[in-house]
Design a protein around this ligand. Structure first.
Ligand code: BES
Ligand code: MN
Ligand code: ZN
Length: 496
């Protein structure tokens, strides 16, 4: 799909459709819609009068052969109440329009910018929304509906004065959407087509393509480094683990610049191990490498967008299987940091692989950490499939991250890290246990476990277990992997 800026007047561009949006308010036919309404002999006003065109959020009104326009269709997307509207909503509006038109065989359409949202940031948001909406999870379907394809989208009506900055904004949007889709493609892969070794190979190929440094640690190197927590999880599988290390080094970084460490959980399949999971929904555990894929997507975008700080990604990859050599409940493992872990439940494996991942990232020089993981079912109980659970210390560091999330339209919610929760992971026979004692707070005790290895390094933990995958599609997003958190992480890296 091509996305291009177009300077011609919108009314004389030939296309299968022209798209714009309308607010839910009095006199909703305003600004550019007023011009369109005039050209159409007041037909839009008539649709308002019959109650068909209300502007409520994501309402779709499609008019065929609109008079006065060279496009064959006019699609108006509801933007909701103006006081609730944020620029990041342009992603959903553009994405919803794309998916609606794509399913109707449209190949080329115009997205028409509106008053107040004509600058580079708006163009970037629209481009991201289009790129992410165009992704389909049909890789393994042999009967593809091949003529359903959007070939090009023209961005019209953007600010001529800011024209110089627009192409770069569109380019950034394209990079971010493609990087999100890169991650989504990995998350979709079934575990027989994406073992830790295959994930490492895909990561290595990506890194080389975009010019990032990459190193893959194999099982020998992993045991040399004494990554006992990762090894404890991996030993139940015949597939050997890998640790993927990817480096971005800016051209002239200040010597005192912070170093951002991105650590992603990549359990390519989580059976639960000896504490085995029930069969129902177990197939979903192929997406338990979603945190790792998130960091790979973020690194891909970072390679193009070139923030001024160095970034190191550390992605521990393994299966969690109940093989004959698998770790057992009650076993004690020694993590790379030297801390001892009592394995109460072998299904709490994500925090164990992150323990060594986080510690290793610090050893490689990370001064600031973000980890992403499909860590707990408990985060779904707390926040449903709506918000990413965001943990972190110190609080100011987390707040800074939440600003980025807000700016890019990703819903994340701060979770508590009070000391009382740390008490719940004390072990009787080792330093810590891998599940909380007592009831409740499962996502928080999981976060606290990881913090034991981040120690005083500023650290953020994103529990994406309930948001990395959507079972029902949304008007702007196909069902399946979402690519959530990549935009926030990239925005944060650019501002650090
Ligand atoms: N990968 C799971 C968490 C998960 C659950 C991700 C549902 C996506 C959807 C994780 O490894 C896990 O099994 N967590 C356990 C922890 C428990 C044993 C303390 C859980 O949440 O049940
Ligand atoms: Mn598990
Ligand atoms: Zn898991």
């Amino acid at each position: 799909m091509q996305i291009q800026l177009e300077n011609q007047p919108y009314s004389s561009i030939q296309a299968d459709a022209i798209v714009s949006y309308i607010f839910d308010k009095e006199n909703r036919i305003d600004g550019i819609l007023n011009d369109i309404d005039h050209a159409m002999d007041g037909r839009l006003a008539a649709l308002v009068a019959t109650g068909e065109l209300t502007g409520k959020a994501l309402e779709l009104v499609l008019v065929h052969f609109p008079e006065g326009l060279d496009a064959k269709r006019l699609l108006l997307v509801g933007a909701g109440k103006p006081e609730k509207f944020a620029q990041s909503d342009l992603r959903k509006i553009a994405g919803t329009a794309l998916r609606h038109l794509k399913s109707r065989g449209v190949k080329k359409f115009i997205f028409l910018a509106r008053e107040g949202e004509r600058g580079p940031a708006a163009a970037q948001a629209v481009t991201e929304g289009l790129g992410v909406a165009d992704f389909e999870s049909n890789k393994y379907q042999t009967d593809k509906k091949t003529n359903r394809e959007i070939q090009s989208v023209l961005l019209a009506g953007f600010d001529a004065v800011q024209n110089g900055k627009l192409p770069e904004a569109v380019e950034h949007g394209r990079v971010i959407a493609e990087s999100q889709n890169f991650a989504r493609d990995l998350i979709n892969e079934p575990s027989n087509r994406l073992t830790p070794r295959m994930l490492a190979a895909r990561a290595e190929a990506m890194a080389k393509e975009v010019g990032l440094g990459v190193e893959i640690l194999d099982e020998r190197k992993i045991s040399e480094l004494k990554m006992g927590a990762l090894i404890g999880v991996a030993q139940g599988s015949v597939e050997p683990p890998r640790v993927i290390v990817i480096r971005y080094t800016p051209e002239n970084a200040r010597p005192d610049a912070p170093v951002l460490g991105l650590v992603g959980k990549a359990v390519t399949f989580d059976t639960g191990g000896i504490s085995i999971k029930p069969a129902e929904n177990m197939e979903k555990m192929k997406y338990d490498m979603g945190g790792g894929a998130t960091m790979l997507g973020a690194m891909r975008a970072i390679a193009y967008l070139k923030p001024s700080v160095p970034v190191i990604a550390v992605i521990p990859a393994t299966e969690n299987m109940p093989g004959g050599r698998a770790q057992k409940p009650g076993d004690v493992q020694v993590a790379m940091s030297g801390k001892t872990i009592e394995v109460i439940n072998t299904d709490a494996e994500g925090r164990m692989v992150l323990a060594d991942g986080v510690f290793y990232a610090r050893k490689l020089g990370a001064t600031h950490l973000i980890d992403a993981a499909t860590l707990t079912g408990a985060i779904q109980v707390a926040l449903a499939n709506v918000h990413v659970g965001a943990f972190g210390t110190p609080r100011e560091y987390l707040d800074q991250f939440l600003e980025s999330a807000k700016a890019v339209g990703e819903k994340m919610w701060p979770m508590p890290m009070d000391d009382e929760y740390e008490e719940m992971i004390k072990s009787n026979i080792a330093d810590i246990r891998n599940t909380g004692s007592g009831k409740g707070g499962g996502a928080i005790t999981g976060a606290w476990f990881i913090k034991e290895f981040a120690e005083d390094t500023p650290w953020i933990h994103l529990d994406i277990a309930a948001t990395c995958w959507v079972d029902d599609g949304k008007p702007w997003l196909a069902k399946g992997p979402t690519g959530v958190a990549i935009r926030s992480i990239v925005d944060f890296a650019m501002k650090l």
